[in-house]
Design a protein around this ligand. Structure first.
Ligand code: TXA
Ligand code: MG
Length: 349
């Protein structure tokens, strides 16, 4: 079954010892297994197997130039794949000590002879590594005892999954199993920090905030969506695809009023003129950014589901704070609002 064409049926595994062992066995055989991490569900497969990694790209419909994060049970195992003779060597270890296991991904130079297959890193001479947090995923990685490549377990360009149900909605029949570890406690993907140069560069805001990174790193450069400052759809510094996290409905940001037939996504019990309570969804009535992060992706999916029933034309999003997790929330929403690949950009963009 693993290594073959897409399986007929996706097994749903409980996060008890048997379920985790079954998931590890499938992974070791080259199968595709989705599992919950503290951030979002990942679509996992052996990072050392070209066949498996190609299968991950196919199951997701992901362009092959967009590299994957490899997941490990420990910092030692992660750094063993990297060339650690770098100026930021000490910073890498300090970050690992403070934030791993946890929602931080580090970009490091790839070591000559690394076991990770080239397709994982899309042929780059750098790699992305992380040690995720969660009882089940930590046990799964220990039992698998191999690097596990895992992009978020959604179809490419769509909203990331924060429950096993979300995974099955898009990937049922395309992967071998999903290990149901319940809803993800952080709800947004890991922070991606590039340590390959002389200064740390934030490539994707996520579960670890910029403020937290600065406490450990001092100054951190913040990259734009293309890794520099502009906006492109085929990144040379990959992972920076602009349109992403997209629900079916168009998304409009910084909304303080509503257009006809728009649903309203709010934060901190903000009200808008004419908002129908049935079509309003507050990410956190108390204005708590952790709660908003946990709920964002499920909220976007929920609004998509109610859209057809209510004849909705779009999702208006109220302004969100710019500090702490607000940066990652705003990043995901900006990408959800970006012109879709098939759509022409507006003339002024
Ligand atoms: O929280 C997460 O990071 C989740 C869970 C499953 O671990 N994974 C995740 O993977 O979000 P994915 O594939 O959806 O996003 C990985 C990001 C992409 O933006 C990718 O381009 C970037 O990391 N990335 C991977 N390798 C890279 C590299 N060598 N240089 C720059 N960016 C890289
Ligand atoms: Mg993703």
């Amino acid at each position: 079954m693993p290594h073959s064409a897409p399986p007929h049926r996706t097994e749903r595994l409980d996060q008890d010892h048997d379920g985790i062992r079954r998931a590890a066995r499938l992974l070791r055989q080259g199968g595709l297994v989705a599992f919950g991490t503290e951030t979002v569900y990942g679509l996992g497969g052996l990072a050392t197997s070209l066949k498996t990694v190609e299968h991950i790209f196919r199951a997701k419909g992901r362009p092959s130039f967009n590299p994957l994060i490899s997941h490990f049970a420990s910092a030692e195992a992660a750094f063993a794949e990297a060339d650690m003779a770098i100026p930021l060597h000490d910073m890498a270890w300090e970050l690992a000590r403070r934030f791993w296991p946890g929602p931080l991904t580090l970009i490091l130079p790839r070591r000559t002879g690394s076991r990770l297959c080239e397709a994982v890193t899309a042929g780059l001479d750098t790699l992305a590594v992380r040690v995720p947090k969660g009882r089940a995923v930590e046990e799964l990685l220990r039992l698998t005892d191999q690097p596990v490549a895992a992009p978020s377990a959604n179809r490419s360009g769509r909203v990331s999954p924060s429950t096993a149900r979300h995974v099955l909605d898009e990937l049922d029949g395309r992967i071998d199993a999903v290990l149901d570890t319940g809803p993800c406690p952080v709800g947004l993907e890991s922070t991606v920090l590039d340590l390959t140069g002389s200064q740390p560069v934030l490539r994707r805001p996520g579960g670890v905030t910029l403020e937290e990174l600065q406490e450990t790193c001092g100054p951190v450069t913040v990259a734009g969506h293309d890794g520099t400052g502009g906006s492109i759809s085929r990144p040379n510094a990959p992972g920076q695809l602009t349109s992403h996290y997209a629900p079916s409905l168009p998304v409009r940001l910084e909304a303080t009023d509503l257009k006809p037939h728009e649903a309203f996504l709010t934060f901190g019990a903000r009200q808008a003129e004419g908002a129908s309570p049935a079509l309003s969804l507050d990410l956190s009535p108390d204005g708590n950014l952790e709660e908003a992060a946990r709920r964002l992706f499920a909220a976007l999916r929920q609004l998509d589901h109610t859209a057809a029933r209510h004849g909705l034309t779009g999702i208006a999003v109220a302004p969100l704070p710019e500090n702490g997790l607000g940066r990652a929330l705003r990043d995901r929403l900006e990408r959800a609002a970006a012109p879709r690949p098939a759509e022409p950009a507006p003339p002024s963009a």
